[in-house]
Design a protein around this ligand. Structure first.
Ligand SMILES: NC(=O)c1ccc[n+]([C@@H]2O[C@H](COP(=O)([O-])OP(=O)(O)OC[C@H]3O[C@@H](n4cnc5c(N)ncnc54)[C@H](O)[C@@H]3O)[C@@H](O)[C@H]2O)c1
Length: 316
């Protein structure tokens, strides 16, 4: 029988609790401690999750010798500092996306992770979601990929974190990053980005945007995003022989001239993501979203914002 990895969770809001619930359900991790600056979150950890060791300073959690790894689920604006500190304490890390709020921070954090030789996985749940893995497999057998078109949104405009720069850089870094990463994952490296955000950007955070990528293989993908959309997200993938459609990240359809057929419906891959982290730590199986992937994505996001600020295409 596999032994459980002793972990700490830093940031016990919605995502911290979601990962903690899955960690307990999967039986792969033992939650030794929780840290949050909010007393109520610590109360939840004690009463609902039966975690006895709770700290308002995450440094006290990192100081525990019995913790091998941490899950970081704090606001993105705090990631750079907390990841750097965790790596200095020699803790392996699973950190929710985005890696950091900008590329400059990412470079500092990268050095700390590499220097301290800790394992790092970025929480990119869609890479672990069955729909996209099955799609990736189909695409590897396709004669030719012609293009990708996506729409991402589905959150009400009242969801504050997407527009609050004390939480993150903005909606695209906080939310659309999921589909940007998947487009990059499915269609390969990107040479050029061309981005338009709402006219009040950069004075105001982006509330909507059109994002185009030119991939190294010549393919073009387009993505429309809006924080005000009350509709589900989708991604169309056009190939020479047939088209695919992913709805809400979890339903995969095949489209031919005979019509639209559902291939599968899956859950978001949060459990698979945690299992991959365990396998990375215990069995040395490389993660699908390691520190190099985090850096690539962070650089791409920097170029997305640069293009929107300059109002012209930017090469990578
Ligand atoms: N993968 C996904 O689908 C997904 C979905 C939502 C959020 N996220 C990401 O998860 C992270 C957390 O988002 P959330 O929605 O859970 O936010 P949240 O506001 O619900 O939770 C964040 C928690 O961190 C705590 N916190 C803040 N600063 C802290 C510090 N210095 N030390 C310890 N705790 C601290 C807050 O008190 C809060 O309880 C973000 O990076 C976000 O982008 C990912």
């Amino acid at each position: 029988m596999n032994s459980k990895v002793p972990i700490g969770v830093i940031g016990f809001g919605s995502m911290g609790q979601l990962h903690a619930r899955n960690a307990i359900k999967l039986g792969l991790f033992e939650i030794k401690a929780v840290s949050d600056i909010d007393e109520n979150a610590l109360k939840v950890a004690k009463t609902e999750f039966k975690v006895n060791n709770t700290y308002s300073s995450y440094l006290d959690l990192l100081d525990r010798k019995d913790i091998e790894a941490v899950i970081i689920t704090t606001p993105p604006s705090t990631h750079a500092k907390i990841i750097s500190d965790a790596s200095k304490y020699g803790k392996h890390i699973l950190c929710e996306k985005p890696f950091t709020t900008n590329f400059k921070e990412a470079q500092v954090v990268y050095s700390s992770i590499v220097k301290n030789k800790v394992k790092f996985q970025l929480g990119l749940v869609l890479r672990y979601t069955k729909t996209y893995n099955v799609l990736l497999n189909y695409l590897s057998n396709e004669v030719k990929l012609l293009g990708l078109q996506g729409r991402y949104g589905g959150y009400l405009i009242s969801y504050k974190p997407h527009f609050d720069r004390t939480f993150d850089r903005g909606m695209v870094n906080s939310n659309t990053i999921h589909l940007i990463d998947i487009i990059h994952y499915l269609a390969g490296n990107i040479n050029e980005v061309y981005v338009k955000f709402n006219p009040s950007f950069p004075k105001e955070p982006e509330l909507s945007g059109i994002i185009s990528f030119v991939h190294k293989n010549g393919l073009i993908s387009n993505l429309y995003t809006s924080g005000a959309m009350r509709v589900e997200s989708f991604l169309f993938v056009n190939t020479l022989s047939k088209d695919y459609l992913v709805e809400s990240n979890i339903k995969l359809f095949e489209i031919t001239d005979k019509g639209k057929t559902q291939i599968l419906s899956s859950e978001l891959g949060f459990e698979e993501e945690l299992t991959a982290f365990y396998n990375y730590l215990v069995n040395g199986i490389p993660t699908q979203s390691g520190v190099e992937d985090a850096m690539k994505l962070s650089y791409l996001m920097e170029k997305v914002y640069e293009s929107a600020s300059k109002g012209k295409p930017v090469r990578l």
